[in-house]
Design a protein around this ligand. Sequence first.
Ligand SMILES: NC(=O)c1ccc[n+]([C@@H]2O[C@H](COP(=O)([O-])OP(=O)(O)OC[C@H]3O[C@@H](n4cnc5c(N)ncnc54)[C@H](OP(=O)(O)O)[C@@H]3O)[C@@H](O)[C@H]2O)c1
Length: 360
Amino acid sequence: MSSNFPTCRWGIVSTGMIASWFVADLVLDRPDAKAKHIIQSIGSSSVQKGKDFASKFCPQSSPTIYGSYEEVYADPSVDCVYIGTPISFHKQNCLDAIAAGKNVLCEKAFTMNAREAKEVFEAAQKKGVYVHEAMWLRHRPMVAKLRQLLYQDRVIGDVFRMSSDFFDRLDIPNLPETSRYKHPKFGAGTLLDIGIYPLTWALLTLDSNTPDNAERPKVLASQTHLHGVEVTSSIVVQYPSSGRQGVITSTHMSSKPSNLVCRVYGTEGYIDVTGEAPSMPHFFTVYGRKEDYQTFDQGRKYEFPHVGLGFIFEADNTALDIAAGRKESAIMPWQETIRVMELMDEIRKQGGTEYPQDHE
Ligand SMILES: NC(=O)c1ccc[n+]([C@@H]2O[C@H](COP(=O)([O-])OP(=O)(O)OC[C@H]3O[C@@H](n4cnc5c(N)ncnc54)[C@H](OP(=O)(O)O)[C@@H]3O)[C@@H](O)[C@H]2O)c1
């Protein structure tokens, strides 16, 4: 790796599932790395948890382990804090890190609602630090290629509709009381957990504009609740200027029946995105319409290199942003996070999902 590449020293806040995925990708050996990543410190509710986490997920690193998050924020060797706590804690974790003058990469959903997101960005602006919602899907090279094919090369003609569905089976009544999936006060429900990905696919495939001048779609939403938690969301997204529509769904009632994670329909063909889940696409295939107007060709498959689970793309871009002195990501700027949160606020309003934080 070139020594000219920026180095980012990360402070990892929390030791849950997503933090383990993120850290494991950060320490991967890669020939095409754009930045050098160092796990500088780990903050957890317990030092032992932090030690166990480090020895399991980044055994080749030697981070400082803290028994609190505050010590990570105060660590002068940390360039960027990664926040992987449940959604309901993001606002306070971000505000605390920002108050300590730290740059922040915070997991999705960024906050519980748009009001909280605005509060965080106002604090970041005042303090002059970098803050970025970790919507890793947007950083995958596949997404840029897909958008180029859709809106520059117009390989499927006029895009008129898309669909995307995120399934994940959860046995909510039998989860521990501390589970982030169990109570609205933690942000439980499919929308902020997994529905945000089909929504992101809709925003990425139905609008040719970049996030800095994106059009705001209308949404028509329905949500079903069980055990006091939203378990199924169905949303129609419609763009006023083009009439393009997205049908996006998420559920905690079933595991996925197929590997199709997104389909984009055009007047001259369609594109199927295939993968583990809408958050983890692997490849896509472009099918062209035949002259009979009824059938499609064999399809052309576009494959992309697998680098761990795929977190490294957002991590590299974050390191490059910070090294360049930027305060926002061009791929996921603040106004785009606010737009997504406002759309999810509207979906929850129509679907009847409220969080205690909405009334603070
Ligand atoms: N990008 C993705 O694809 C993806 C996938 C899954 C989740 N996520 C996001 O990542 C975040 C965390 O999800 P997760 O599945 O990793 O959660 P998790 O496994 O439950 O871990 C959350 C961690 O947060 C800390 N924490 C602090 N206060 C807590 C509290 N009161 N209750 C529970 N944990 C608390 C704990 O770490 P310590 O005890 O060490 O402090 C815990 O291990 C969520 O925002 C979620 O939306 C993103």
